[in-house]
Design a protein around this ligand. Structure first.
Ligand SMILES: NC(=O)c1ccc[n+]([C@@H]2O[C@H](COP(=O)([O-])OP(=O)(O)OC[C@H]3O[C@@H](n4cnc5c(N)ncnc54)[C@H](O)[C@@H]3O)[C@@H](O)[C@H]2O)c1
Ligand SMILES: [Zn+2]
Length: 315
């Protein structure tokens, strides 16, 4: 057996990971946001060192986005960088986090403050992984899957709404859609690896989505919406604004509302719009005073608008 493969897995998918590891060295980790830290990265690096991993090592990451972000980052700094391969086990990770090379960890509770872009050598999507995924995690990923097909359709958006309508039972059909979505994301990232242009399309729904997450975090909201749920609401806001600006035909936001509800996703802002302004302004600072807001022309076609103020669109 080759000695250069090392497996790091989310301990919640240890059995699945053991099947992939086939006896190779394996490190199960606790993969939640509190453990998405430099400490865990150092732990992974130390383990690799103890295992005698050298520059030819390949590290497999088996888990959701927390695991692939952590392992990708550890692999990018261990011995100045070794290869890694993602085995995403959540829907969100299969269509989003596991592809695209963004890696990193949280710092002092701030999400993804430290990290680098380093592409995985491969992303291997396991259809069986999703069968054990809790319904809520499936829904969170569903929002990113739908987002991908709002950006690029080819008839997949309607198919996805059908397959994702709760409860999800057709995992073969879901797997086919996952492969299509992963392909779309891969192509967009390939065109613009460092997010200077078209890759920004993938942020559809995320201006409001991040603001909702920030609001919930700072207000200590109990049972907060997941990332995907917040993004679903953000996409509906984007559709409403697009309609108001005449960029989309009337009816787009109602259609998204109906489709997302069928998939068990929320559609209404969880707080008054004004409450989100501070967070949107914070995002704006990150972008050098400009917001890149993604608007929807129609299903399958989005445009990026560079704004200095979201107000003139929302008022
Ligand atoms: N790098 C990127 O481009 C990118 C993009 C989006 C999100 N992210 C990051 O990804 C993270 C979220 O990732 P996620 O949504 O994949 O979740 P996650 O890694 O937090 O996993 C969600 C939960 O599901 C469990 N789990 C994972 N696979 C399972 C399976 N097959 N069966 C049962 N349980 C399983 C996990 O243990 C965890 O409790 C965030 O930290 C986010 O910042 C990164
Ligand atoms: Zn997202």
């Amino acid at each position: 057996m080759d000695k250069e493969i090392f497996v790091v897995c989310d301990r919640n998918v240890e059995t699945l990971a053991a099947g992939i590891a086939e006896g190779r060295p394996m490190l199960p980790i606790t993969a939640d946001e509190d453990h998405k830290t430099m400490d865990t990265v150092v732990r992974i690096c130390r383990w690799l060192m103890e295992q005698g991993a050298d520059r030819s090592a390949v590290v497999y990451a088996v888990g959701g986005g927390v695991t692939t972000d952590l392992v990708g980052f550890a692999a990018s700094i261990y011995k100045r960088g070794v290869r890694y391969v993602n085995y995403p086990t959540t829907l969100l990770c299969q269509v989003d986090a596991g592809i695209g090379g963004k890696t990193g960890v949280n710092l002092d509770g701030y999400k993804n403050m430290i990290g680098v872009t380093r592409f995985p050598a491969a992303t291997r999507i396991l259809p069986e992984a999703l069968k054990t995924l809790p319904a809520r995690e499936l829904r969170s990923g569903a929002a990113e899957l739908l987002k991908t097909f709002i950006i690029e359709d080819n008839g997949n958006y309607d198919r996805a709404v059908k397959v994702l309508s709760a409860p999800v039972t057709d995992f073969d059909a879901l797997h086919k859609l996952v492969l299509e979505a992963a392909e779309v994301k891969y192509r967009i990232v390939e065109q613009d690896p460092f997010e200077e242009g078209p890759r920004r399309k993938l942020n559809l729904g995320h201006t409001y989505g991040h603001a909702i997450e920030w609001y919930q975090h700072t207000h200590g909201v109990s049972g907060p919406l997941s990332h995907g749920e917040a993004v679903a609401i953000g996409m509906i806001r984007a559709a409403e604004i697009s309609e108001r600006l005449g960029i989309a035909k009337a009816g787009l936001s109602s259609r998204l509302r109906a489709d997302f509800s069928a998939c068990g996703l929320p559609t209404e802002l969880p707080c008054p719009e004004e409450e989100l302004e501070q967070a949107i302004r914070k995002d704006k600072k990150v972008e050098n005073g400009r917001i890149h807001f993604v608007l929807i022309r129609k299903i399958g076609k989005v445009i990026i608008e560079e704004l200095d103020d979201l107000h003139k669109f929302t008022e």
